[in-house]
Ligand binder design. Structure first.
Ligand code: ACO
Length: 436
């Protein structure tokens, strides 16, 4: 951390003593005021629900400039990674800090590929779920259960354990998501195939059956790989912060990632891709493009509780760069599948156009986020809507584990323990039950 020559001075209107606070400069982005000693110096906490102005950690992994609409993984723009690299190269970058050369890429791919199978017992564990269970309920359980199967990589304080757990998680997530899907449709599980790419293997495990040969479409493989790259990390979002907080207690990596999966499930976060597609279905059912005006009116009505899903972002106050790339992929996939006139895609384009011109959205800087288009792509690939967020979790696993390992590897890390402004009852005595 580089201290700035500038210092912040906190003064109090009641004449209390001024407090000088250090300021640190990052390589990019806003400076931060160090308030760690504030409580010791003043007996006061800061108050920031939702972390609107709080940097919760130091990180060197991902940087977002929300005003510019810029996303960098380890300094590389997302547009360059999405067009020049594949997902496993991106995983290498996020985990180890650098893109691999050909030799490192080959060995990293081999390493991940060697861990794609899951313990055979896992399928018996899966069998305990109802067939109609939501895939994210299954994923939360399965990922947490990994800690019961891989005892040799559960010591978060051991760097070797952390590294093996990272590889295992990246390698096994596609297998688990595909198993969760196969279970709900009652088809046999397909074992991973090591001669396929990471995305190709996922398509194979999802859509192949033992009855016939499955040929992976290169366009769909590339589209899926791009979905994975675009969702791989996004600095200190809700699920990543959950993973960090959970891991800060020293729990094992599988348990911490399961906490991230649970957080991602929410519709304000990863669940938005599912919610965005369901919203498009609802508008379609109600009458399609002609009903957009009515729908937008509802969205603008504060009492309706209706949101334009796939729009808006805590950090991006400009077009989400991932949404642009996703829109491109969407056109490519629909073209490959002969679905250029897909009514849902047309509806999404019309909705986006109207929203981008509407004063309500313009004044609030609400732009499409990645989820606005990723649902349409996934649906075109054949991925069922309830599985969308599980695919997001699969892709985000590398970001979660890279961020977790960065935190644990930092000698200064502490258990996360926010404080509160207490508004409840002051101390009082328990009365005997007859007098309450
Ligand atoms: N539709 C309608 N109005 C919206 C939307 C939306 N999608 N998003 C924000 N607004 C409005 C809010 O009502 C608020 O209006 P007000 O100032 O008149 O009260 C204003 O815009 C600011 O929004 P906040 O909710 O305060 O912004 P916040 O940063 O807390 O929320 C969030 C961001 C949760 C993503 C929000 O935009 C949202 O709910 N979007 C829809 C869900 C979604 O697409 N989530 C995916 C996020 S990306 C991801 O996880 C990959």
């Amino acid at each position: 951390m580089k201290a700035s020559e500038n210092k912040a001075t906190l003064s109090f209107s009641n004449g209390g003593q001024n407090v000088e606070l250090p300021i640190y400069k990052g390589t990019l982005g806003p400076d931060v005021i160090d308030i760690r000693k504030l409580y010791a110096q003043t007996g006061m906490f800061t108050y920031d629900p939702g972390f609107m102005s709080t940097a919760s950690c130091e990180s060197a992994i991902t940087y977002i400039d929300g005003d510019k609409g810029e996303l960098l993984y380890r300094g590389y723009p997302i547009e360059q990674l999405a067009t020049n690299c594949d997902f496993l190269e991106t995983c290498h970058l996020l985990l180890y800090g650098e893109l691999p050369d050909q030799g490192k890429k080959t060995s990293f791919t081999k390493l991940v590929t060697n861990h794609t199978m899951v313990n055979e017992q896992m399928q018996f564990f899966l069998r305990g779920f109802r067939r109609d269970a939501h895939p994210m309920a299954i994923m939360t359980g399965l990922v947490g259960a990994l800690s019961a199967f891989y005892h040799d990589s559960t010591d978060i304080n051991n760097p070797k354990h952390r590294e093996i757990a990272a590889i295992r998680l990246i390698a096994k997530m596609p297998t688990l998501v595909a198993m969760a899907y196969k279970y709900t449709v009652g088809q046999p599980y397909m074992y991973p195939k090591n001669d396929l790419s990471y995305a190709g293997n996922f398509l194979h495990m999802m859509f192949a059956t033992p009855c016939e040969e499955y040929k992976v479409s290169p366009v769909l493989e590339r589209a899926l790989d791009r979905i994975f790259i675009l969702h791989a990390d996004h600095e200190q979002n809700a699920s990543t912060s959950t993973v960090r907080l959970c891991g800060s207690s020293g729990t094992n990596p599988f348990a911490a990632i399961a906490a991230g999966v649970a957080c991602l499930w929410g519709p304000a976060h990863g669940g938005a891709n599912e919610a965005a597609l369901n919203m498009l279905y609802d508008i379609q059912k109600a009458g399609g493009v002609d009903k957009i005006g009515e729908f937008i009116k509802q969205v603008k009505d504060k009492n309706s509780n209706v949101k334009l899903m796939g729009f808006g972002h805590r950090v991006y106050k400009n077009y989400d760069p991932r949404a642009k790339l996703m829109q491109e992929t969407c056109k490519e996939v629909l073209g490959e599948l002969g679905l250029e006139n897909d009514p849902l895609f047309k509806l999404a384009m019309a909705l986006e156009k109207i929203a981008l011109e509407d004063e309500y959205f313009v004044s609030r800087k609400l732009y499409p986020n990645v989820d606005f288009y990723s649902g349409i792509v996934q649906r075109a690939i054949g991925i069922p809507v309830p599985l969308f967020t599980a695919v997001f979790a699969l892709a985000r696993t590398v970001g979660w584990i890279a961020q977790l390992n960065e935190m644990i590897g930092d000698p200064d890390y502490k258990i996360g323990r926010p404080r509160q402004l207490f508004e409840g009852s002051v101390k009082r005595d328990v009365k005997p039950i007859a007098q309450r």
